[in-house]
Design a protein. Structure first.
Length: 288
């Protein structure tokens, strides 16, 4: 965004509600006569919220604005139809659906003319010159074909595992679900567990053979509170208590049960060591 601003573009950023959802009314009212592009995630990679892509596409079409969606987290996991959703451009990445890392694609609607980003040999229809990574392209295509062929079954299985995990974690006192409870990706379950540092939970879970992250996996290790959780209105202290699990079709109910066996013990142990938890309990007792 800073780069675009430096080039003279005016950027309008929409706010989100407590579930990470945008307001379609705010989107509509933010469109100006010279608005050239609407770009939004199809689904959030951290809290799992699925945004109303089709409705956004319809608004963009109504106003004649190009619509791009970052569907990296969505493609291969939930249905995405560029025609039905009035999508002009869509980004995807192979590693999100078992494809090779470092390989992605940009769908561009036929007739939409884009300026070249790399000049030279004229590959990729003169958009991105340079020798193509043929092996990566083939790998991405094969992985995408496999993901599509098994999508419905995988969605049912992974959603059931996710719901089982959410139900169990929510039994921990002062644990809260982050993201939209209904419109969320099948494989993401994210929480804020009060009185415990997220990174501490991640480290202790890892010691028990459980992989998780505090906030986005892309920014794992960052000491900063998640900008996504802060945008949803979560206080900074609670945003530092975030815990995110990613599930797929290779997981089983046994995996979920193992997490639910270990996590409450870890939370209890960390709370015993946490001065923050003592403050939380004191405030709760004073309000009782």
């Amino acid at each position: 965004l800073d780069s675009l601003k430096e080039q003279g573009y005016e950027i309008t950023c929409l706010g989100v509600d407590a579930y990470g959802q945008i307001s379609l009314e705010e989107l509509r009212s933010s469109i100006k006569n010279d608005t050239s592009l609407i770009s939004i995630m199809a689904a959030n990679n951290e809290i799992g919220t699925i945004l109303p892509t089709a409705e956004i596409g319809a608004i963009a079409k109504e106003y004649g604005v190009i619509f791009h969606t970052d569907a990296v987290q969505a493609v291969g996991h939930i249905p995405m139809d560029v025609h039905a959703m009035d999508i002009d451009m869509l980004s995807l990445a192979g590693h999100k659906f078992r494809g090779p890392k470092g390989v992605g694609a940009l769908y561009v609607k036929e007739g939409l003319n884009l300026p070249a980003i790399i000049h030279g040999g004229g590959q990729e229809h003169n958009l991105r010159s340079g020798t193509e990574n043929v092996a990566g392209i083939v790998g991405l295509g094969a992985a995408l074909e496999e993901a599509f062929s098994n999508m419905n079954g995988n969605m049912r299985k992974v959603s059931a595992l996710r719901d089982r995990l959410i139900s169990g974690v929510m039994k921990i006192p002062r644990a809260g679900l982050t993201g939209d409870p209904a419109n969320r990706l099948p494989g993401i379950a994210s929480f804020a567990i009060e009185g415990v540092e997220g990174e501490s939970m991640v480290m202790m879970l890892e010691q028990n053979g459980i992989c998780a992250s505090s906030g986005s996996a892309c920014s794992s290790g960052s000491p900063e509170a998640s900008h996504v959780l802060l945008a949803t209105g979560l206080p900074s202290q609670l945003a530092h208590s975030s815990l995110r699990f990613s599930l797929n079709e290779d997981n089983s109910e046994k995996d979920i049960d193992y997490i639910l066996e270990k996590l409450p013990v870890i939370v209890s142990r960390l709370r015993e060591l946490s001065p923050v938890w003592n403050t939380v309990k004191a405030e709760a007792n004073s309000q009782a």
